[in-house]
Structures are given as C-alpha cells and as structure tokens.
Design a protein around this ligand. Structure first.
Ligand code: GDP
Ligand code: IMO
Ligand code: MG
Length: 423
C-alpha cells in the first residue's frame, strides 16, 4: 500500500469513512489534510457507529496513528467532543493523535459570518454546512487567521483576537448581529487550550520519517472533487482544495511520494446543498434512493438530493485527480431497482458537451444521456467475492470501469467494515 490517497469522486458523502476504516487496518498513519468539520465520515465497526468530523477515520486500529494536518481548519469544541466520544468507547487517543500547530481555528465569528452571508444570498446561497468553513479559509488566505500555534501563546492569541474582533464586530453589526466580546472568547478558548495541548505537535518530521521508512500512510480526503474550490461547481463548492495534489500543501507531503490514489464513488450520486445536478431524480425513484440509501447528512442531518450515476462527472474526477483505482460504494442500495441508469454523457442544443465546458449555470442546462441496465433484483448483502455477485451487478460494475477507464478495486455492499468485495 505504502502511500495511498483517498479522494471523494463526487459531491462528498461517497462513503470515504467506511473505506478508510477498512483500508487503514494496515496503515501506520492516517492523515487528514484539508477541510474541517463540514466533513462527516460514518464508520460502523466493532466499537459502534461514529460520524467523525475531524479525527481521522483510522483511529480505531490499535497500531494506527492519526494526524490532523496543517490544511485542516478546526472547531476546537467539535474536536474535543469527538475525542471524548471516542475515549468513552475505549479508543486510545493519547500518543495516537497528533495535530499540526499550523491548523487554522474556526472562531465564533466565522460561524456567525457563514450564517449571515448565506442569509444575505437568499435563494442563491451555497447551502453550506454552517460550520464557518468559508470565512475561516478566507481569513487564512487574507492573512487574518488565528492558528493553533497562536492559541498556545496566550499573549499572541489575545493580540490577534483583539485585531480580528475590531474588524469582525464592525461587519457583524452592519449585518444586524450582536458584536462579540473578547473576554468571553478568551475564557472559552483558554479552556480549549488546556484540553487540546497534549495532542498538538508538528507532524512534519513524523510524516517524513514514516515516508523514509516506507511505512503505510493513508491520506484521508474530505468532501468530493465536484466541491473543489477551483474545479467544482463554483460557487456551490467548499472553500478548500479537494484534489489529490492538496496533500502537498495540506500535509507537507510531496506528490512524487504518492503510490496510489483511490477515488471513492457511490454507485449513484448524491449532493447536499445548492447547485446544479444533471442526473438528479426529483421523482419517486429519487425518493426511493434516499430512503434505501439512508441519504441524510452525517453532519447536518439534511436530506441529500439523489440521482443516477454520472459518468461525465466521474470521468472528470478520475482525470483531474489521476485516480489509480476506484472504490464503488453502496452498490447494495440498487438491489431492488428493476432498472438502473447511467448517464454516459451530456448534450446541449443537440451537441455533445463536457463538464469542463462551462460554469454552474451551464451545468444546470445540460441534458444527461442515459444507458439503461437491467437490475439484479436480489440482495447482495454479505457477498465478499466478486464472482458471487449477480450477473447484472457484474455487468453494471464492468460498464462503469470501461466508461471511466480506471480499475475498480473495491466494491462496498453495506455500511459495515467487513461488507466489502476486494477485486
Ligand atoms: P463520507 O462523508 O464519504 O465518509 O460518507 P458519509 O459517511 O457521509 O455517508 C455515507 C453513508 O453511507 C453512511 O451512512 C455510511 O454508513 C453508508 N455506507 C457506506 N458504504 C455503504 C455501502 O456500501 N452500503 C450501504 N448501504 N451504506 C453504506
Ligand atoms: P464529507 O467529507 C457533502 C457541501 C455543503 C455545501 C458546500 C459548502 O462528509 O464528504 P461548507 O460548509 O463546506 O462551506 O459547504 O459543500 N459540503 C459537503 N457535502 N459532504 C461533505 O463532506 C461536505 N462538506 C461540505 O453541503 O453544499
Ligand atoms: Mg459525509
């Protein structure tokens, strides 16, 4: 395995948590390198059911160490709660979790601004998770961020907070919100500081040593390629870079160290929040996908929009990330469908067009062209060998592989760790 990067190939929630929990059994390190607690990675294993937002999904394996890399933005309240939940379930955290001091902090005003910006945009809102992600990354790139390293030094934190509050309170007031008080934030964050300090350590030498010694490292992507700030459906995207190359900036790992890039895609497509979705099914079939697939957000509980698999988008994700293999998840959700469709390409005004030909408005207008497959109409739960899949399911998998021209290495047939076919 050596160095494997796992990336969402659609609009997030592809089942990355499940796949990473499965793959990391042999990992020495699992590293998050972007996003924040907008992520919700569901894991079901012998310890129970978890929705991890910040702690990397490899935490459950006794020998695996986990790292929150510098590219991640952190809400300390959420992280500390997550650590508590894991500890209560008997998971060891001490000397297993390392957090980069370079991580930017999601401050109370970031969450307020996220809400106020969305409110001001009305119908055109992105439909964010409301976790303050966009405003935190904006402050990071405009040199107004406060990092974990700042919190370790109370004087530095207090000075930086004072400047930021002098700016942010003006905006908050202008948008009709109450200004925030320095002393309240300091009190809260100094409490967080005591709790988080034992886990804060520069991971760069740890990671570089691991690479040198050919340890197994798994990079845990969050969100999905189509939410990428540059290559996604802007402005219906997230604030960070989602693509595989982000491991360089977000974890200090050179891209020439990557051995494998695994793209995770659902056997259909979901999206939560606003933005174009060419294969969306707003009819009874879409409702059926949502019901059987239990398509409700792991972070916000919002109902996910559902639709047929979109090869045009998946092909783009394969190329832009350079996936070396794919994991197809939730194939079992299609068990009872008499017919299953795949969008092979788009047309606009009768001409073939590509995803990258235009922006979000363009994508809202394209016409998806479908190929129809016969369903297998039986349960595939519990199947662990590819040959034991019904022939219609094999045909569906082989068609995807052929259309995107990337090898499918894993097929997930249920939410639990062992519900998996390795090819
Ligand atoms: P992530 O954000 O990519 O980690 O995905 P989420 O955890 O947000 O959403 C995936 C959902 O599908 C979770 O509820 C998982 O438990 C569930 N899941 C993952 N793989 C499978 C699968 O193969 N079959 C079924 N039925 N559910 C799955
Ligand atoms: P995981 O890691 C699905 C979506 C939001 C919204 C847009 C911007 O669980 O796959 P943000 O709060 O990031 O500013 O919201 O991005 N979004 C996700 N959708 N899965 C996620 O993460 C997501 N993280 C953000 O719904 O449309
Ligand atoms: Mg999720």
């Amino acid at each position: 395995m050596a160095l494997n990067t796992v990336i969402g190939a659609q609009w997030g929630d592809e089942g990355k948590g499940k796949i990473i929990d499965y793959l990391s059994e042999r990992s020495d390190y699992v590293i998050r390198f972007h996003g924040g607690n907008n992520a919700g990675h569901t894991i079901i294993n012998q310890f129970g059911k978890f929705a991890l937002h910040l702690v990397p999904s490899g935490i459950f394996h006794p020998k695996t160490k986990v790292i929150i890399g510098n590219g991640v933005v952190i809400d300390l309240k959420v992280l500390l709660e997550e650590i508590q939940i894991l500890k209560k379930c008997g998971i060891k955290i001490k000397n297993k979790l390392f957090i980069s001091p370079r991580c930017h902090l999601i401050m109370p005003y970031h969450k307020l601004l996220d809400f106020l910006y969305e409110k001001a945009k009305g119908k055109g809102r992105t439909g964010t998770t409301g976790r303050g992600i966009g405003p935190t990354y904006s402050d990071k790139v405009s040199y107004n961020g406060i990092r974990l390293v700042d919190l370790l030094d109370k004087k530095s934190f207090s000075e930086k907070l004072k400047i930021q509050l002098s700016l942010k309170n003006k905006i908050l007031k202008a948008l009709g919100a109450k200004p925030l008080k320095q002393k309240n934030i300091e009190k809260l964050f100094y409490y967080f500081r005591e709790k988080i300090q034992p886990y804060v350590q520069e991971p760069f030498p740890i990671v570089q040593n691991a690479i040198k010694n050919r340890k197994n490292i798994l990079l845990e992507g969050a969100q999905g390629t189509l939410l990428d700030n540059d290559w996604g459906t802007y402005p219906f995207v997230t604030a960070s870079t989602i693509l595989a190359g982000e491991i360089n900036a977000g974890a200090g790992i050179s891209i020439n160290k990557i051995d494998q890039i695994t793209g995770i895609a659902k056997a259909y497509v979901t999206r939560v929040g606003g933005g174009p979705f060419p294969t969306e099914l707003t009819n009874a079939t879409g409702k059926k996908l949502r019901k059987i697939g239990e398509e409700f957000g792991a972070t916000t509980g919002r109902a996910r929009r559902c639709g047929w698999l979109d090869i045009e988008l998946l092909k783009f994700a394969c190329i832009v990330n350079g996936f070396t293999n794919l994991a197809i998840t939730k194939l079992d959700v299609l068990d009872s469908f008499p017919e299953i469709k795949i969008c092979t390409h788009y047309t606009l005004n009768g001409k073939k067009v590509n995803y990258f030909d235009g922006d979000a408005n363009f994508l809202a207008k394209v016409k998806p062209i479908y190929r129809t497959f016969k369903g297998w109409k039986k349960s595939i739960k519990g199947i662990t060998k590819y040959n034991n899949l019904p022939k219609e399911a094999k045909k569906y998998i082989k068609a995807i592989e052929k259309l995107v021209n990337v090898k499918i290495m894993y097929i997930s047939v249920g939410p639990k760790r062992q519900e998996m076919i390795k090819l």
